[in-house]
Design a binder for this molecule. Structure first.
Ligand code: HEC
Ligand code: HEC
Length: 199
C-alpha cells in the first residue's frame, strides 16, 4: 500500500539525478533561516530539525505534510503557519535551496550502550529506507537521513509516529514503527545521535 502523496515523491526522483548546482537563495529563505539557519543546520535550536542536504523531493513532501495536517507543529506553530503561506513555486524553490546545502552532523550527546542497541533495531527495521548522509546511495533512498539529526527533534518525531500523532506517508514504514516497543525509541534516537559526519 502506498499513500497517494508518495506519487509526488516518486515523480520527483527523476530530478534528483542531476547534480546540485549553486542555487541563489530565494527571498523567502530569510524567513526559514530564522529557525533553520541559512545553511539548514538549525542554529542549535533543539526542536528545529536539520534540513540541509535533504533531497528536494523529500523537503517538498514534508512541507505538504505540514500544510495538509499529516504532520502537526505541536511545539512550534509558526513553522506550520510559515509553510501554509507559501506558493507552489516558493515550496519548490526553498526545497531546491536547502537540498543544495552541505549536511554536517549536529554533534549530539548519546549513550553508547543504547546506541549499540539502536543500531541493531535500525538494521532490522529502518535501514532499507534511511541511509546516513554520507552513504553513496543517499540521494536514491526512499527515506531521508536520520543520522546526525538533532536528537530532541528526532525523539519527538519517532514518538509522534509511534503514538499515532504523525502519519507515516508510507505504509511500509508505519508497519515497521508498529513492530517497535516503547523502550526501543530511545535506543534508536541514541544510535542516530552517535553519527558524526566527516566535517
Ligand atoms: C519559527 C521557526 C521555524 C520557521 C520560521 C520555519 N521552520 Fe521549518 N521547522 C521548524 C520546526 C520546529 C520543525 C519541526 C516541526 C514538527 O514536526 O513539529 C520544522 C520542520 C521543518 C521541516 C521538516 C524536516 C524534517 O526533517 O522532516 C522542513 C522541511 C522545514 N521545516 C522547512 C522549512 C522551510 C522551507 C521554512 C521557510 C519557508 C521553514 N521551515 C520555516 C521551525 C521553523
Ligand atoms: C519503507 C521505507 C521506510 C522504512 C522501512 C522506514 N521509514 Fe521512516 N520515513 C520514510 C519516508 C518516505 C519518510 C518521509 C515521509 C514521512 O514523513 O512519512 C520517513 C520519515 C521518517 C521520519 C521523519 C524524519 C524527520 O526528519 O522528520 C522519522 C523520524 C522516521 N522516518 C523514522 C523511521 C524509523 C525509526 C524507522 C524504523 C523503525 C523507519 N523510519 C522506517 C520511509 C521509511
Amino acid at each position: 500500500m502506498c499513500h497517494p502523496r508518495i506519487h509526488l515523491l516518486l515523480a520527483c526522483f527523476a530530478l534528483l539525478v542531476s547534480p546540485a548546482s549553486v542555487i541563489a537563495a530565494p527571498a523567502i529563505v530569510d524567513t526559514c533561516a530564522e529557525c533553520h539557519g541559512a545553511d539548514g543546520m538549525g542554529r542549535g535550536l533543539a526542536m528545529v530539525p536539520v534540513i540541509a542536504g535533504i533531497p528536494a523531493a523529500h523537503i517538498e513532501q514534508a512541507i505538504y505534510a505540514y500544510v495538509d495536517g499529516a504532520r502537526r507543529c505541536a511545539r512550534e506553530p509558526r513553522m506550520c503557519e510559515t509553510v501554509a503561506a507559501l506558493s507552489e513555486i516558493e515550496v519548490a524553490e526553498v526545497a531546491e535551496y536547502f537540498a543544495a546545502q552541505v549536511r554536517g552532523s549536529s554533534h549530539e550527546e548519546f549513550d553508547k550502550v543504547l546506541a549499540a542497541e539502536g543500531e541493531v533495531l535500525h538494521k532490522q527495521h529502518c535501514s532499507n529506507c534511511h541511509l546516513p548522509p554520507d552513504h553513496e546511495s543517499v540521494a536514491d533512498a526512499i527515506g531521508y537521513p536520520l543520522h546526525g539529526q538533532r536528537s530532541e527533534y528526532l525523539r519527538y518525531a519517532i514518538e509522534a509516529y509511534f503514538a499515532g500523532d504523525r502519519e507515516a506517508l508510507l505504509e511500509a514504514m508505519a508497519d515497521q514503527i508498529r513492530q517497535l516497543k516503547a523502550g526501543d525509541l530511545g535506543a534508536l534516537v541514541n544510535y542516530y545521535s552517535s553519527y558524526r559526519s566527516a566535517d
